[in-house]
Design a protein around this ligand. Structure first.
Ligand code: MRU
Length: 377
């Protein structure tokens, strides 16, 4: 059974966005998430009381973005444990909810491991549930800290690549506080540049088909008072050609051992454009996104999403007719190609910014060395 309900959220402070929180009302523990499918029109919380509800929220993109998926996965295991559900079943369902962002499996694994270790040590189910929750809270906190450190490293890198400031940065998808325990990945760096007075303009790709750029990144940029402009994904080429882009900053859903980067579909074409136009292409991601167990880009499983996301325009807060609740923009029965992500090869990536430092040039050896260094700390 998937048990969740929605409620309006009191309007939050413009610069504060909380995408996820654990709550313990008298009826029992719940996981409260901001329903990102309803933004920017309304701030609605989904209250999940079991793992199937969270799986549904993840599949529908109410909860999304690699680091947040990891945090959600960990809390989901803690929720199952705290409510006395089958932890193994919950962990398996959560880890399989979406395949590409490795953070989801990492988050589930951390909470599940903590649960089993405590159960083996104490034989006490409540203590094991507490251990799973503690692991989720730690991951949440660590992600906030990683985001703060990535912003510092990213800002320093921008100063190095583009001395003098006045940056015009192009970004794709959504990588801010909505996907993080802190201010996010690529957007966290953009925000640091904005706060340092170094950002001239943020170019925001709309990010078809689910419009994470238009709906979510524009929402975050507006709340921070940034100078930003929204463009259709197809308009990026002419923007580069006009010399209007100084750097591209994006996040990642999985970085393979050779430095290949899986990120929201449409990222790879930007990397090709950036190379052609001699513009730095920078990936910002925490080490929880680096998967040394996946050898290369071809080995990354790319999620295929339903065709109606392409054949219809879905604006959830406006109820309209159509198979998936959206307005059809193609003849009925049209087949659609709808991969959620694409893979950018390492040779097109100028740098990968992590909380432990910057990898540039991007090679498997350099990535491996950074991961080894972080394990030693
Ligand atoms: O399908 P989504 O919205 O979950 O995709 C999100 C992205 O592709 C982000 O760019 C990615 O998770 C990086 S955020 C660190």
């Amino acid at each position: 059974m998937a048990d969740q309900y929605a409620r309006s959220r009191e309007h939050s402070e413009p610069t504060e966005i909380s995408a996820i929180r654990w709550d313990e009302p008298p009826e029992g523990p719940v996981l409260v998430v901001l329903d990102q499918t309803r933004l920017p029109a309304e701030e609605v919380e989904l209250v999940c009381t079991d793992a199937p509800a969270l799986v549904e929220a993840i599949r529908s993109l109410a909860v999304r973005g690699a680091p947040l998926l990891g945090i959600a996965g960990a809390y989901g295991v803690a929720l199952a444990a705290a409510r006395g559900f089958d932890v193994e079943e919950a962990a398996a369902a959560l880890a399989a909810a979406r395949p590409t962002a490795v953070n989801l499996a990492v988050g589930v694994h951390r909470a599940r491991t903590a649960y089993h270790a405590a159960l083996a040590e104490t034989g006490d189910q409540d203590k094991a549930a507490e251990a799973a929750l503690a692991a989720a809270r730690t991951l949440h906190r660590q992600d906030a800290e990683a985001s703060r450190r990535m912003a510092g490293h990213g800002l320093a890198l921008l100063e190095e690549l583009l001395p003098g400031g006045g940056h015009r940065i192009l970004t794709h998808c959504n990588t801010g506080a909505l996907i993080s325990g802190g201010q996010g990945t690529a957007f966290g760096v953009v925000l640091a540049a904005h706060r340092a007075g170094r950002l001239r303009r943020l170019w925001v790709d709309e990010t078809r088909p689910m419009l994470q750029g238009a709906r979510l990144t524009a929402y975050e940029a507006a709340r921070h008072g940034m100078a930003y402009t929204l463009l259709t994904d197809d308009a990026a080429g002419s923007l580069f050609a006009a010399g209007e882009v100084d750097a591209v900053l994006v996040g990642a859903d999985r970085i393979a051992a050779d430095g290949s980067v899986a990120n929201k579909v449409g990222t790879y074409p930007l990397a090709v454009l950036a190379r052609y136009h001699h513009v730095p292409f920078v990936v910002v991601a925490p080490l929880t996104t680096v998967d040394l167990g996946t050898p290369d880009g071809a080995s990354i499983e790319i999620e295929q999403r339903p065709g109606h996301e392409v054949t219809e325009i879905t604006v959830p807060q406006v109820p309209v007719a159509g198979l998936g609740g959206g307005t059809p923009v193609a003849p009925l029965g049209t087949q659609a190609y709808n991969p959620a992500f694409d893979v950018t090869p390492p040779e097109l990536v100028t740098a990968i910014v992590t909380e432990e430092g910057v990898v540039s040039p991007v090679t498997g050896e350099a990535l491996d060395e950074l991961c080894a260094r972080s394990r030693r700390v």
